[in-house]
Design a protein. Structure first.
Length: 141
């Protein structure tokens, strides 16, 4: 990313520098998206599926990704994924487990309870659903 330096007097100098950095970041994002679309369009395959474009675009945009265990699949096209993390107590030093539940979109309804899955951040799909299933890492036994 090319840096632009401007000498501006007064309090507005910080705001203008931040605006230049923000504009450069947006330009990088759009160039990454166009590069992905061009790459898919120029590939040897003649048919391009929507999923291929979406998955490659998601990789280019660096979305958050989490790995967790499916705790519920009772809803239509929705799963509940529990993600566990271990934190150290600030005073006592004991490691504690913290669990967070995420609702994720499962289009083919292929997950079962106990599956280890990877989910990825996406646009809001409902009031609580902002994640989508990427892959099933391990099936429940």
């Amino acid at each position: 990313m090319a840096e632009e330096t401007k000498v501006v007097e007064g309090a507005g100098a910080v705001e203008e520098t931040a605006a230049v950095e923000e504009t450069a970041a947006v330009a990088e994002t759009t160039t990454a998206e166009t590069a992905v679309v061009e790459e898919v369009a120029t590939s040897e395959e003649t048919t391009i599926t929507k999923e291929e474009v979406v998955s490659k675009l998601a990789k280019a945009t660096h979305r958050k990704s989490r790995t967790g265990i499916v705790t519920s699949n009772k809803m239509q096209k929705t799963i509940t994924v529990s993600i566990e993390r271990r934190i150290k107590h600030p005073i006592y030093g004991k490691y504690m487990k913290k669990t967070k539940k995420f609702m994720a979109h499962d289009e083919e309804q292929q997950c079962n309870e106990g599956d280890l899955v990877r989910i990825e951040e996406t646009r809001p799909l409902s009031k609580k659903k902002r994640w989508a299933l990427v892959e099933i890492l391990e099936r429940a036994k």
